[in-house]
Design a protein around this ligand. Structure first.
Ligand code: ZN
Length: 259
């Protein structure tokens, strides 16, 4: 959590507001610019991690602990090889058209991981976030292509209601067989649930949604900066040449850009 940060949009300059789309956009632009400007795309993995929270309702958001949720993510990464990572909380409302599972809210993580081996990280995360009927793919990792679009997924102010529909049959051209596919339709969050969601976003704040590991998000005169923590980056250097090259470049650029 990045509690000391408060800078927001033009209106909420001094105190960013969690439910303000412009504040979220401000942070998205700043973080996106920092990462795109300082890091080559190669070696960064985009990651989506969905913890099992099938009992959480919109009413339950009032007492939902984002700190505990983040603590579990951090505990997981404490046992994993990586250089640094940044995650932001995404929220979806999940339900099934014929009630195969009960409607629930899913606060999950979307972010970037640097200096990790995709296969290794995937198997370690898979062991900690098991799949279920509701969440068939709790862990998704993909090399980041360097496009800014990623930050639009990462820093969202508009959330979906995902309605699961019965498996449909389709013809698989590759195998020549009929296969069953699971489908989800995206809908708007129900009007009655919106106030509870906005209340939650205001309570945790824009920066309360962000988890930065082995790095730090700092507020400077010229905006937000992502800075690697020195002792952590030294430890991460031992992870192989690719990681080392990235970190060196990151730090050099950081010095060069210092104001
Ligand atoms: Zn704002």
């Amino acid at each position: 959590m990045s509690k000391s940060l408060s800078i927001g949009c033009r209106i909420h300059r001094e105190h960013a507001v969690g439910s303000c789309a412009a504040c979220v956009k401000f942070v998205r632009t700043e973080v996106g610019r920092e990462i795109s400007g300082l890091m080559p795309a190669g070696g960064l993995l985009r990651a989506s991690i969905v913890p099992h929270t099938t009992n959480l309702t919109f009413e339950g958001l009032a007492s939902f602990s984002i700190e505990n949720h983040a603590r579990r993510l951090k505990a997981t990464f404490a046992e994993v090889d990586f250089a640094w990572a940044i995650f932001n909380l995404d929220i979806s409302a999940n339900e099934h058209e014929s009630g195969r599972y009960s409607p629930h809210v899913s606060p999950h993580w979307y972010g970037l991981v640097a200096g990790a081996q995709q296969r290794l990280l995937k198997s370690e995360l898979d062991a900690r976030y098991p799949s279920s009927e509701v969440i068939p793919n709790p862990v998704r990792l993909k090399p980041w292509d360097g496009r800014f679009r990623l930050f639009e997924y990462m820093f969202k102010s508009d959330f979906d209601r995902r309605v699961g529909v019965e498996a449909s049959e389709s013809f698989d051209k590759r195998t020549g067989r009929i296969r069953l596919s699971r489908n989800t339709r995206e809908r708007d969050i129900r009007a009655g649930d919106r106030p509870k969601l906005l209340e939650f976003l205001d309570r945790i704040g824009v920066y309360g949604r962000i988890v930065v590991m082995r790095a730090q998000l700092r507020e400077t005169r010229s905006g937000l900066r992502l800075v690697l923590m020195r002792q952590q980056s030294d430890a991460a250097v031992g992870q192989g040449n690719r990681g080392k090259a990235e970190i060196t470049k990151f730090r050099d650029l950081r010095i060069w850009r210092n104001d």
